[in-house]
Design a protein around this ligand. Structure first.
Ligand code: NAP
Length: 257
């Protein structure tokens, strides 16, 4: 399979690196297009087998899939400037907020389109990647899941859930970081060096997430395991709730839709 990535920024660059590291596509079958050279040079330095170009049209000639990784407001003009073979080439868009209806207005109803929303952890192959499809076969859907599962955890969802799920994953990563930042501040106030505090909190968050992901358990069950009646954890948990912790998280997620 040959793939073109249009836009070599945060997302396009991370996807190119992730695909090149993965087992599903040869780096030599990936072409990345960008108008300026700096990010393309960095990709070449990362893996000399990657193909790079300043021409979007040259990148997409003879590929099976075209990944659109430019800012959402550039999608229309980028698509209008290239000739896509809609019968043979599928579109994989990472642009937030551009719907299947928007793409069909430009490309026609018969286009095969994926909307893919990774989060910034994709640069470490730890993304939560949301995938919705339009006119795709089961094989094409599985292919996309396989590709992005090599860069973290990929989940297929209906387009109707894209906005809400993006709040949980793309915006949600910022809320988790906000928790980490606040917890580090607490550690510093209690006399722990910031670098040590950050490692302690970040690994605790990672461990908490792994408990849920690896054991397929429920947060309340894991909380119960560390909550002794009359103990220190329940005191802290109740302080969080008096301050409106759960409510604040729910409101933040809903505000991000
Ligand atoms: N960042 C995230 O967390 C995140 C998460 C999910 C989805 N997304 C989506 O990913 C897309 C890209 O975001 P990003 O953060 O990667 O942006 P970015 O870092 O600004 O990357 C965009 C890239 O597109 C290039 N570009 C501009 N005009 C172009 C054109 N006409 N043809 C080809 N390439 C062009 C830019 O090149 P120059 O810089 O050289 O101009 C830049 O390298 C957006 O649509 C965003 O909604 C981002």
């Amino acid at each position: 399979m040959k793939i073109a990535i249009i836009g070599a920024g945060n997302m396009g660059g991370a996807i190119a690196r992730g695909l090149a590291k993965g087992t599903k596509i040869n780096a030599s079958d990936i072409t990345v297009a960008n108008p300026t050279d700096g990010k393309l040079d960095a990709l070449k330095a990362f893996n000399p087998e990657l193909n790079v170009t300043n021409s979007n049209q040259a990148a997409i000639d003879n590929v099976d899939a075209i990944v659109l990784a430019v800012k959402p407001w550039l999608i229309k003009s980028v698509l209008e400037d290239i000739r896509i073979d809609i019968k043979k080439q599928m579109i994989v868009s990472v642009a937030s907020g551009i719907t299947f209806a928007d793409y069909c207005n430009i490309l026609g109803e018969s286009a095969t389109i994926f909307r893919v929303i990774p989060n910034t952890a994709i640069s470490l192959l730890e993304s939560t990647t949301l995938i919705a499809s339009h006119n795709a076969s089961k094989e094409q859907e599985q292919l996309l899941l396989d590709l992005f599962n090599e860069m973290g955890l990929a989940m297929k969802i209906p387009e109707s859930q894209m906005t809400a799920a993006t709040a949980l994953t793309s915006c949600g990563i910022a809320y988790v970081l906000k928790y980490i930042h606040a917890a580090v501040e607490a550690g510093v106030e209690m006399g722990i060096y910031p670098k040590d505090a950050q490692k302690m909190v970040a690994q605790s968050v990672k461990g908490a997430a792994e408990l849920l992901l690896q054991n397929d358990t429920h947060p309340a069950i894991e909380i119960d395991k560390v909550t002794t009646p009359g103990g220190i954890t329940i005191k802290g948990l109740n302080e969080l709730e008096h301050a409106g912790f759960s409510s604040a998280i729910i409101r933040a997620m809903k505000a991000s839709r």
